[in-house]
Design a protein around this ligand. Sequence first.
Ligand SMILES: CC(C)(COP(=O)(O)OP(=O)(O)OC[C@H]1O[C@@H](n2cnc3c(N)ncnc32)[C@H](O)[C@@H]1OP(=O)(O)O)[C@@H](O)C(=O)NCCC(=O)NCCS
Length: 171
Amino acid sequence: MRENLHCRPFREEDLHLLDGVAEDPTVLGPYAWTGFSSGLRRRWAETGLLTDDGGALAVVDQGEPVGVVSWRKAAYNAASHAWNIGLCMLPEERRRGSGEQAARWLVHYLFAHTQTNRLEAHIDAENIPSRTGIEKVGFVYEGMARGAAFRNGAWRDVCLYGLLREDLRPA
Ligand SMILES: CC(C)(COP(=O)(O)OP(=O)(O)OC[C@H]1O[C@@H](n2cnc3c(N)ncnc32)[C@H](O)[C@@H]1OP(=O)(O)O)[C@@H](O)C(=O)NCCC(=O)NCCS
């Protein structure tokens, strides 16, 4: 348990995390990187990366920004949506428990501060670190979306994971 780990809105000093996600393929890694992107700093300046349709927060450990958590709206009908979550830790921070702790932090944040009943994660079938990590947090494997995501020259299968409020058990 990394007790000092928490998430916060992005500050100027955290923005190198966004640059890494946008510009450095090794940050998102072989199963999540889908090409260079742009506009994250502009969106941060406009919205703080917090909108009604989703958001992103810096993961901070011992005062140092070490990763990014995000969520976006996945609508199911006019009255209902889930939050589809994403997570990326800096490569040098991995396998130290931070990713799991950040995911738990985001789960509790979203259930505490929004009325959504369902969180979900869509994970490349080959992304074993992410799949085993999200299962450890309590997400339930719900099935496979075959050939759903184009990455590095091929259409890939995507694993669907879900977590309902009622799935949460006291630690
Ligand atoms: C997925 C990711 C966030 C995990 O972060 P992390 O800080 O390394 O994860 P943790 O150290 O908290 O590990 C939690 C559990 O995940 C699993 N796990 C993490 N890395 C793993 C690996 N390389 N191989 C197998 N299992 C792994 C383990 O079950 C681990 O628990 P354990 O160490 O007690 O066995 C990180 O690998 C990452 O940022 N990857 C690139 C971006 C990405 O793929 N994001 C997911 C897109 S949906």
